[in-house]
Design a protein around this ligand. Structure first.
Ligand code: NCD
Length: 316
């Protein structure tokens, strides 16, 4: 069967986790599976030939930018963009809106990462072409959340009823802010582990509570770990702290060790959006439970599913 784009995503901006419903998520998981399987025997799919994606990264990135670029190229399209705004007219003082309006004249779609919360929404408001949020400060990172969701599905054969432990910087962690808006569609139980001062923002928590999501909040990782099917570790987001000493206080608070894992449910799945600092002991890396590099690879498949659905010219 030829693969079909998800029609409801056509020419849509991808800005927030909350924009996805269960139907679109199920369709994205299915399409991503199809793409992953197809890539076992083919290097690329000629779906977006002639189309250009712009990747505009005003903040550091390894996986998000390079996996978007890989995804676009494996779909037969091409890529323009920058990995740092230093060499662009932003350094001359150009506004974000003007930069976006200009690149919108060149490209068929735009991926943006920017330190300001709401920046992707601002870009989407001025661009004619679809805008994809690759991380807006401590706001949202929906495509990472989608690939995390896909990875849980791929590793465990499903999501329904899973207990997901989310640990680390829940205050500034944008992958988590977007992720909880997806997990809630699958009857998951969320175990939120953070220092007292880095808890999930109350507006997100209130939203989940209103939706009847089963949530537990704690600061004790060792105590919470045995209850989890999935452990999602995150980095303390150093660049978001005004006071460097505050970061120092938090930085090594939660470390997942091999000993903790070996005492547990042998089926446990360990994820991390990466980059990792000390949150996961490297001795865990060679356990099959450690899914974080497979998770990074899944980023290409999920982003192919998104780009294919958003950018393909359906009139052809
Ligand atoms: C995350 C991000 O940029 O928010 N990284 C990523 O996209 N894989 C997580 C982080 O930087 O800690």
């Amino acid at each position: 069967m030829d693969m079909q784009p998800i029609k409801t995503l056509h020419r849509q901006d991808i800005l927030h986790g909350a924009q996805f419903n269960r139907e679109i998520l199920d369709a994205l998981i299915l399409l991503t599976q199809q793409i992953q399987t197809t890539l076992l025997t083919k290097r690329s799919l000629n779906k977006l030939a002639g189309l250009v994606l712009a990747t505009l990264f005003f903040e550091p990135s390894t996986r998000t930018r390079l996996s978007f670029e890989t995804a676009m190229q494996r779909l037969g399209g091409s890529v323009i963009g920058f990995a740092s705004a230093d060499a662009t007219s932003v350094a001359k003082g150009e506004s974000l809106a003007d930069t976006i309006r200009t690149i919108d004249q060149y490209a068929d779609g735009i991926v943006i990462r920017h330190p300001r919360i709401g920046s992707a929404d601002e870009a989407a408001a001025v661009a004619e072409h679809p805008v994809i949020n690759g991380g807006d400060g401590a706001g949202q990172h929906p495509t990472q959340a989608l690939l995390d969701l896909y990875t849980i599905h791929a590793e465990r054969g499903g999501l329904e009823g899973t207990s997901i432990l989310l640990c680390g910087d829940l205050k500034y962690g944008r992958t988590i802010h977007a992720g909880v808006e997806l997990y809630k569609h699958y009857e998951t139980r969320l175990i939120l582990v953070s220092p007292e001062g880095l808890r999930l923002p109350s507006e997100i928590l209130d939203d989940l509570t209103r939706d009847g999501v089963n949530i537990e909040e704690t600061s004790d990782l060792a105590d919470a770990v045995p209850q989890a099917d999935v452990i999602y570790m995150t980095r303390i987001q150093k660049e978001r702290f005004e006071d460097p000493q505050e970061y120092e206080r938090y930085k090594d608070e939660f470390i997942l060790t091999r000993e903790m894992i070996e005492r547990l449910n042998p089926e446990i799945t360990i994820l991390h959006p990466l980059p990792r600092l000390n949150e996961i002991d490297q001795l865990i890396d060679d356990l099959n439970n450690a899914a974080y590099f497979r998770q990074a690879r899944n980023g290409v498949y999920m982003r192919m599913a998104l780009l294919f659905s958003v950018l393909i010219d359906q009139d052809q």
